[in-house]
Write a protein that binds this ligand. Structure first.
Ligand code: ZN
Length: 148
């Protein structure tokens, strides 16, 4: 195992053991549930959007290490961003995970931890684990958009 793999694994385990923004939000702008039946991952995402900015995201997750770590990293990447910026980050992450040819990505600084999840691409079944929080967030952002 290479040094990079070790660092990646450490980053993922750190987010798994200490998930950021874990919990619930009272009176969120949107509450969305996501399920990945292939692995048994389940999560509830709470989202607060004010004046076009993602003010807060919290996750209650009962999933595997990849699912939990990915969700934790996602909340760090999108909280404080405008809805447009957050959508851009989501799209970048999804293309990183789904494009097999893409080895290096020009990620903004707040997304550097997310590079650790690239190792998951070697295990196609686990890609769904990594993407579940992101797809759930897209649903949340869309439902907030429709309320306007
Ligand atoms: Zn999983």
């Amino acid at each position: 195992m290479s040094l990079a793999d070790d660092l990646y694994r450490e980053t993922i385990l750190d987010h798994y053991h200490n998930p950021r923004n874990h919990g619930i939000i009272d009176n969120p702008s949107a509450k969305v549930e996501g399920v990945n039946p292939l692995c048994g991952d389940e999560l509830t995402l709470y989202l607060t959007v004010e004046n076009g900015t993602v003010v807060d995201v919290k996750l209650e997750a009962k999933g595997c290490s990849i699912n939990t770590a990915s969700g934790s990293m996602m909340t760090e990447a999108v909280v404080g961003k405008s809805v447009d910026e957050a959508t851009d980050i989501i799209n970048k992450f999804k293309s990183m995970m789904l494009d097999k040819n893409q080895s290096e990505l020009d990620l903004p600084e707040e997304m550097e931890d997310l590079e650790a999840l690239q190792g998951v691409k070697k295990y196609p079944v686990r890609i769904k684990c990594a993407l579940l929080p992101w797809n759930t967030l897209i649903e949340g952002l869309e439902s907030v958009g429709q309320q306007k």
